[in-house]
Ligand binder design. Structure first.
Ligand code: PMP
Length: 369
């Protein structure tokens, strides 16, 4: 048979997170610290909104850029939180959809994409498939924003800097001071910032600062998956200042030929989600963060996560992969650091699980340390 696969498929590997997640099916009642999704269900009120929308017949395509009322509500939110008048908007199929459209709209082969390491998996694999060169900027061991190193990494070929705060996999929330410093560097070098703020509601130790507040050439991506536990509903949005309206226009054009629109009934439910207060969930997740940090900090080298639902400890013995194999043999599913990094020295814990499972997992990991 002729070679049927496109060359780009050989440039990337299957998701290391999904591989560990698949193992969960083979284990007896494992402690599953592998996948990044909330353990609570979609709030009843929002489920009712989705059911109501389906019953009312909102089951056809919406406009490619999104339901008009949802657009209006997102526009108000962006105006209030970021201060952009009349932002350009696109409702996307999750932040993953927004990332794909952004990369398709922005990246030419040979472009450089600057990414703090460790990083969320999509930032590496999709640009690589598109022929970009990923330029990794080491943020070990503290995982604070490596502003100076980012400045050094910028070249003539830099197309964008990716910023993810709170960060997956480290849980670190970048300081306001560092965010401002990066905004200044980006402005000076005239480089676009792609800000993935999917965990923006999950901050445990104070206010979250968006770089969009300091830099207009920020392409902002936010999502509904995590705060409302609707990862299967596939909803997010991209927002930009008028100065980047062409980027949103091009992303919308590409959405016409790919996703077409985000799921229509769930867009209706998202209108209610914008007004839905998630403080109680964030409080519960703060307790989980405390449990995991207090439970592991004396046995592992661990930076206290300020947000999201991840912790990224150093692997005892130095190899993330080896420690993860040992943990899986002991019924704890965690992800080796090299899935999120050019290094393999750490491992990721998702603490989005019951407090009981957290306690069990902490005990086992302590034994293995
Ligand atoms: N960005 C980050 C940093 C994530 O952790 C995730 C989900 N794990 C996504 C984007 C994608 O989320 P979704 O497509 O469900 O909105």
């Amino acid at each position: 048979m002729k070679k049927i696969l496109a060359d780009r498929t050989s440039k990337i590997d299957a998701s290391g997170i999904r591989k560990v997640f698949a193992l969960a099916a083979e284990l007896q009642d494992p402690v599953n610290f592998s996948i990044g999704q909330p353990d609570f269900d979609v709030p009843e009120k929002l489920k009712e909104e989705a059911i109501k929308a389906i019953r009312q017949g909102f089951n056809k395509y919406s406009q490619t850029s999104g339901d008009a009322l949802l657009q209006q509500r997102i526009s108000e939110l962006v105006k209030k939180e970021i201060g952009w008048q009349n932002p350009s908007l696109l409702v996307t199929s999750g932040v993953s959809g927004g990332l794909l459209l952004a990369f398709l709209a922005l990246i030419n082969p040979g472009d450089e994409v600057v990414i703090p390491d460790p990083y969320f998996v999509i930032y590496k694999h999709v640009p690589t498939m598109l022929g970009a060169k990923c330029v990794y900027v080491n943020s070990y061991p503290q995982f604070s924003l490596p502003v100076d190193k980012i400045a050094e990494a910028i070249t003539e070929k830099t197309k964008m800097i990716i910023l993810n705060s709170p960060c997956n996999p480290t849980g670190v929330v970048y300081s306001e001071q560092d965010i401002k410093a990066l905004a200044e560097i980006a402005a000076e070098k005239d480089v676009l910032i792609l800000a993935d703020e999917i965990y923006e509601k999950f901050c445990y130790d104070g206010r979250f600062g968006s770089i969009a507040n300091y830099y207009e050439k920020t392409l902002l991506l936010r999502g509904f998956s995590k705060p409302y536990a609707m990862t299967g509903w596939r909803l997010g949005f991209a927002a930009a200042h008028q100065c980047l309206h062409r980027v949103i226009e091009e992303m919308t054009k590409i959405q016409q030929y790919t996703f077409v629109c985000a799921p229509t009934p769930f867009q209706k439910a998202a209108i209610a989600a914008i007004d839905y207060d998630v403080t109680q969930y964030v409080e519960q997740y703060k307790t989980k963060r405390d449990l995991i940090y207090e439970g592991l900090k004396d046995k592992f080298e661990l930076i206290k996560p300020g947000g999201a639902f991840y912790a990224f400890p150093k692997a005892p013995g130095g190899s993330g992969t080896e420690f993860v194999a040992k943990a899986i043999k002991n019924n704890v599913l965690i992800i080796p650091g090299n899935v999120f990094s050019e290094k393999d020295t750490h491992f990721r814990i998702s603490f989005a699980t019951s407090n009981e499972k957290l306690q069990q997992g902490i005990e086992i990991l302590r034994r293995l340390a």
